[in-house]
Write a protein that binds this ligand. Structure first.
Ligand SMILES: Cc1cc2nc3c(=O)[nH]c(=O)nc-3n(C[C@H](O)[C@H](O)[C@H](O)COP(=O)(O)OP(=O)(O)OC[C@H]3O[C@@H](n4cnc5c(N)ncnc54)[C@H](O)[C@@H]3O)c2cc1C
Length: 421
């Protein structure tokens, strides 16, 4: 494989909304920018494959075109940053070989992944991440006529349901663990925001007639090798729903592994940043879901701030403070509304597989009091998902502190484990 080396002023990792906004603002400020993403196309999760129908997506169009038209931005797609070469350069793995990219400032906009929670049957085929199923359908998986139950927590359930509905799936029901009264309070907030209200209305139109159960969650999936249905619970009531896919998503977890390699400080999984999105390591900026879950608007404004600040435009970065404060306020509302209930920690039985890659069961962790001990005793966390599914599960189930990140760091492969293509 060939090796190559280059130098830029600002390197942006991740070309979702946050990375696009960061690259565009840094380039407008005169910086030479490289924008690296592991996907073939820019757009990240929410705008995956958006370049094919930009006429319907004005916000995506604005940012994608700004980046495409900027002579200061070099786009490096289908490539990933797996580790740090030295503090001011990273090794980018491309199809052609390794590229050593040096930079003055780096903006990490690596997004988030779905949390999957273990319960009996969650390793059956076609039990998948809700966002992952949506992504696979955008990448060509046909869900036409498939009956899908969507379970978990957070606005992603509705976004995924809408997208899968338009792809021809039959959404059997949406099962949200948050109680109705918290959702009602959240809805009152959404109606005060014109953009969010418009989004909510269009999802409601698409999902008319689809049962939405609040205060409910899955207790077991069943099927012979492949999922055939799920048992759900709400209070004392239990019932079964038949399905071809069970799509799960219990909130999002920041992809902070690369930031941790730099030594950036984190709090509850998210990278701690200042008002200019600068992390505890001065030349490392973090924007979007890596520094807190908050939806599109937060990712965009944080990307803009990071792009300005990394290219020395501190006034312009500060001018976005009010928009940023509103976006962070929305994040707090998300946290409060969709906080996961403790009953979800008791779904797995001793026989439930915890590590899907290496077939480790909950009972194999008996007597271990830390992730390190569980890993050593049961040899989990080293399979194709890089330990992300079982590691995230361990943290949720037991509140264990996880090990520091180690290279190589791969972009999230986790939530598509178990899907039948
Ligand atoms: C699976 C999934 C589906 C979602 N679907 C929707 C939806 O339909 N509607 C909605 O409103 N919100 C959706 N969201 C939430 C949405 O992603 C956020 O609201 C927000 O847009 C995130 O923007 P971001 O730029 O911070 O991150 P992202 O959009 O996640 O972008 C991060 C990008 O960085 C890349 N990356 C990560 N690590 C590396 C690396 N080491 N090297 C190279 N590239 C890397 C990723 O592949 C990705 O393209 C989804 C989230 C997830 C996890």
């Amino acid at each position: 494989m060939a090796e190559d080396a280059r130098q830029v002023d600002v390197l942006v990792v991740g070309a979702g909304p946050a990375g696009l906004a960061a690259a565009a603002r840094a380039a407008e400020s005169g910086a030479r920018v490289a924008l690296v993403d592991n996907n073939p196309d820019v757009g990240g999760q929410i705008w995956r494959r958006a370049t094919q129908h930009l006429q319907y997506l004005p916000v995506a169009r604005e940012w994608i075109e700004r980046v495409a038209q900027s002579p200061n931005i070099e786009r490096i797609s289908g490539a990933y940053v797996a580790g740090i070469a030295d503090r001011r350069s990273v090794a980018v793995e491309t199809a052609q070989g390794t590229l050593h990219l040096g930079y003055e400032k780096i903006v990490l906009a690596t997004g988030a992944r779905e949390r999957l929670i273990p319960f009996p049957g969650w390793t059956l085929r076609n039990v998948v991440g809700a966002g992952a199923l949506q992504a696979m359908s955008k990448e060509g998986l046909s869900v036409k006529g498939k009956r899908i139950v969507i379970v978990g927590s957070g606005p992603l359930l509705l976004a995924a349901a809408t997208s899968l509905h338009y792809a021809g799936a039959s959404i059997a029901c949406i099962v949200e663990q948050a109680p109705w009264w918290r959702l009602a309070r959240f809805a009152l907030r959404v109606v005060r925001d014109e953009t969010k209200l418009r989004q909510a209305r269009s999802m409601r139109r698409a999902l008319r007639g689809v049962p939405y159960h609040s205060g409910a969650w899955p207790i077991a999936a069943y099927g012979d090798g492949r999922v055939e249905g799920v048992t759900l619970r709400s209070g004392l009531r239990e019932w079964r729903e038949r399905c071809d896919y069970l799509a799960c998503s219990f909130q999002l977890i920041p992809n902070a592994e690369l930031a941790k390699l730099f030594g950036c400080r984190t709090d509850r999984g998210a990278v701690i940043v200042d008002q200019e999105q600068r992390s505890s390591i001065g030349f490392v900026y973090c924007a979007g879901e890596i520094s807190g879950i908050g939806g599109l608007e937060r990712s965009l404004v944080e990307g803009e701030i990071a792009g300005y600040a990394a290219s020395g435009q501190h006034e312009a970065a500060r001018a976005l403070g009010a928009r940023h404060a509103r976006a962070r306020d929305f994040s707090r509302a998300l946290d409060q509304t969709f906080a996961l209930r403790s009953a979800l920690r008791r779904l797995a039985t001793p026989e439930t597989v915890i590590c899907r890659c290496e077939d480790v069961r909950l009972r194999d962790w008996a007597g271990t009091g830390s992730w390190r001990a569980a890993k050593a005793q049961a040899h989990c966390g080293t399979g194709p998902c890089e330990g992300r599914v079982c590691c995230d599960a361990a943290q949720f189930l037991f509140g264990w502190r996880l090990n520091d990140a180690r290279p190589p760091v791969y972009p999230d492969p986790a939530s598509i484990v178990g899907a039948e293509m």
